[in-house]
Design a protein around this ligand. Sequence first.
Ligand SMILES: [Fe+2]
Length: 345
Amino acid sequence: MNPRRILLALVAAAAFAASAAVCVVALAFALYAGVEPYLGRAGASGVVAGTAALFILFLALMLSGAARARPKPKTGKGATAENLVERAMDFIRDKPVVAIAAAIGVGILAVRNPQYFGAAIRAFVEGAAKRGPTMFKLPDLPFAYDALEPVISAETMGFHHDKHHAKYVETLNKLLDEAAQAPTDLEGVVLKTEHAPEKVKLFDNAAQAWNHAFFWTCMSPEPSRPDDELASAIESAFGGTEKLKALFVKEGAGHFGSGWVWLAADGAALKLMTTHDADDALTHAHMTPLLTCDLWEHAYYLDYQNERESFLEAWFDALPNWRFASAQYAAATGNGTSWRHPKPS
Ligand SMILES: [Fe+2]
């Protein structure tokens, strides 16, 4: 090969290298943004650094190939990295002017329309990362917003479900995405994060998502009564439903700060308990929750202001879904399965 063609091939290879460098910088930004939520800063930096190292190796092969005068490869139909470089070098040596023009064209395209490269990478990464169930949905209310009036107003239900509960679910999904986790059930998330100090935020939002979905199921606008087994257990444990109500209201009204009041079963034995903030009966070993009422101010403040006791009395008189509580009690005593949060999809 004469010196002029070698010079042209080197110029073409350098133009390709410059053009590719522009493309790679655009891709690196998109790649980092795409994988950072799943791999964290260190992981995303590693992916970008690894990609950059491969690119530099490719460029080195390309430039050394352009400078080397050698015969054309005789074969090479397979798409190996080596013969791809050789074919690129053949093209550059044979048609250096066309190669330079193509490189400049690709460079201009990358500079003027980097979003096309970024969008392709993001779509690929997000598609790969979201394979499998990762997103919890906000469950619909099992009744109309105004169905629980006058005990709970439609306005309170609207804020409580559409704003507070929705925010817990949204934050839960965001935290799971950031941690690159794809759990198969919400119960598992709550139990695994319960005692993990570094996962307090994930636990709080997972537990609150679970608690609220359970809470909606615990209420019904249609009056009901405990079935015979549950009624008998209430009689044994508390001396009857009225005494249970008195204790439920007392414990709930006396609970300091935010939390939940629960009627739960440890096997056949019934217990009344309160939990703080997001903590729930699910994390108490052997306990099956039967009913719960939300003690956070957002549950009653619009309707009762600071009168939590009035809210709890009105709630207990009209809203407990005793059919559901009876089914939960049956599950606690070995008949059937207890309620579970809808799976992610
Ligand atoms: Fe709430």
